[in-house]
Design a protein around this ligand. Structure first.
Ligand code: HEC
Length: 262
């Protein structure tokens, strides 16, 4: 069944071309709406080189955008893109930027100087693109760069919001680590047993858990390169090579999917 809130959100998205140029922050009961023009003119904005935004993007530090909002009790920033992609960014990772870690920035597209189209022809990464300075310092992953950002909501940790995504007590360390890998790398597109906010790919836990109908070898091959398992024109999932997902993290996420099938 279509839930009314989602349906309404989809309708609003379709009807409101002006809304596309706003960035909405909802933190601790407060809402802040920022416009592209406002952010481009911000005294905190810098020019930084960012892939997909050649030659450079104007970007504002994320912590600066959140200043004055009640972030103390926020565990995670749920970053919602206009296409259904939803990143769960730990607030600790954003805070670490002020202490020598990777620094999160919101890159803002200037309508007068549009960025290049995305490879798959779905517009540009703008108007708002969450990017990181020195991403390797904090081990930022490929799925922690959400583009076409529309809304950022302060939420509790994923396992707290959706207890059904958590591995059972007593499972091995690999599956336990796999849960974190799943949240960072897979949950932007997939749900687990209904837990999650994304609508891009199928739920990997229900009705039948993925590890119950895909073999371990098949899962590994699919995660590295979906086209190696099966292929069709509308296929969307992009594979994770070793630079995006280490062998250890692949082991962990497969162990997690297996644990969720027990
Ligand atoms: C950018 C979005 C995206 C991300 C990130 C993503 N997937 Fe997918 N995935 C999809 C889509 C969409 C499909 C449906 C098939 C297609 O269009 O490629 C899919 C299909 C799958 C399937 C096959 C399910 C079935 O029943 O056919 C598995 C298993 C899977 N993904 C696992 C993963 C895992 C594990 C991760 C994280 C390491 C991940 N995916 C990350 C989008 C994504």
């Amino acid at each position: 069944m279509l839930r009314p809130a989602r349906w309404l959100a989809a309708l609003l998205l379709l009807c409101g071309p002006a809304a596309a140029a706003d960035l909405t922050l909802r933190i601790g009961g407060q809402t802040r709406v920022l416009t592209q023009a406002e952010l481009l003119a911000s005294p905190d904005a810098i020019e930084m080189p960012v892939p997909q935004t050649s030659p450079a993007a104007r970007a504002v530090p994320l912590l600066q955008l959140l200043k004055g909002l009640p972030t103390d009790d926020v565990d995670t920033l749920e970053v919602q893109a206009s296409d259904g992609f939803t990143s769960q960014i730990p607030m600790a990772l954003v805070r670490k930027g002020a202490q020598g870690g990777s620094v999160a920035y919101m890159a803002v597209e200037d309508p007068a100087k549009p960025w290049q189209p995305l490879p798959k022809g779905t517009g540009t990464a703008g108007p708002f693109y969450l990017v990181w300075q020195n991403p390797t310092l904090s081990g930022i992953t490929s799925e922690q760069w959400p583009w076409q950002v529309a809304t950022i909501v302060g939420v509790e940790s994923p396992a707290h919001r959706w207890p059904q995504i958590a591995v059972a007590a007593g499972v091995g360390a690999a599956a336990r680590h796999g849960q974190d890998v799943f949240v960072a790398q897979c949950m932007p597109c997939h749900r687990m047993k209904g837990g999650g906010s994304a609508d891009v790919g199928p739920d990997l836990g229900r009705p039948m858990p993925a590890a119950a109908y895909l073999t371990e070898a098949g899962l590994r091959a699919l995660i590295r390169d979906p086209k190696a398992v099966r292929t069709w024109p509308q296929q969307q999932m992009v594979g994770f090579d070793r630079s995006m997902l280490s062998d250890a993290d692949l082991d962990a996420v497969v162990a997690y999917l297996q644990a969720m099938a027990r």
